[in-house]
Ligand binder design. Structure first.
Ligand code: F6P
Length: 255
């Protein structure tokens, strides 16, 4: 439309896609750091993008966070000429309830008249109990569903913000500082080169699993997330679609 052309958003989308070396970039107007409404716009754009990609039966793996929570608000039943099943991508119990993948999946299913599954697994698991947890039948079943997902919807966060939100212990915070972590996604922390500085042990989707999933949609906006987005996308599969806002996009194009 005219608004988009005036703002040069179409041009920015193409340039950013080339710079980041990913499949597609969608940019919504505004800056999420300045207005909470922008997350709603990210949600709307995500819904449009999902509608184009989904066909037949789909298992959709979803991460937590306030952006994904906003996406859930914007999904509607017109997605459900298709059969959808929403599953948490990873254990997330321990985060704020409204930002947990379990809650978000439940809202997504509710808003699209479809189904969801829960994964009652903490966002951080000690290695001693990891092995026994994955053998629990209920958990095992959800893990199998995650592995056959045709789409992943996920957030990207600033590393330090995420470490604080997770109440990570001083040892981990030190590791992140020393490793100059700037971005976080799926429990992995990345430095500006896109190298993994730290990984939170939990059950569910691991970074290497993304390569086998046909549709990967990253949703993250706000100027303050530009560094995080850039860092993570150095590791991300090239098939990733990024849905972001003007604030982050402008900062990314400057850098
Ligand atoms: O904790 C789940 C998660 O998806 C993280 O991987 C990501 O960094 C964060 O949430 C994004 O949260 P928000 O959308 O609130 O910035």
């Amino acid at each position: 439309g005219l608004m988009r052309e005036l703002k040069g958003i179409d041009v920015m989308e193409l340039e950013l896609k080339h710079r980041l070396g990913i499949k597609k970039v969608m940019i919504v107007p505004g800056d999420g750091d300045e207005s909470p409404m922008v997350k709603g716009e990210l949600g709307k754009a995500t819904a449009i993008c999902m509608k184009k990609l989904l066909g037949g039966k789909n298992i959709i793996a979803v991460t937590g966070g306030s952006t994904m929570a906003a996406v859930a608000e914007r999904l509607s039943p017109d997605l459900t000429q298709k059969e959808l099943l929403f599953v948490p991508a990873r254990g997330g119990v321990g985060e704020d309830v409204q930002n947990q993948a379990n809650t978000i999946c439940s809202n997504m299913a509710h808003n699209t008249d479809s189904r969801h599954r829960v994964l009652y697994v903490p966002d951080q698991v000690r290695s001693e109990i990891y092995e026994s947890l994955i053998k629990e039948p209920d958990i095992h079943e959800v893990l199998t569903l995650i592995q056959s997902a045709s789409m992943v919807l996920h957030g990207i966060g600033d590393a330090i913000t995420m470490a604080k939100r997770r109440k990570s212990n001083p040892e981990i915070k030190k590791k992140l500082e020393e490793g100059k972590a700037v971005g976080e996604a799926f429990g992995y922390y990345f430095n500006e080169e896109g190298e993994i500085v730290h990984k939170v042990l939990t059950i569910g989707l691991q970074l290497e699993d993304l390569e086998h999933i046909p549709n990967v949609i990253a949703v993250a906006g706000g100027t303050s997330k530009a560094k995080a987005i850039k860092a993570y996308l150095k590791q991300a599969p090239k098939s990733t679609i990024l849905i972001t806002d003007e604030g982050a996009a402008k900062r990314l194009l400057k850098g």
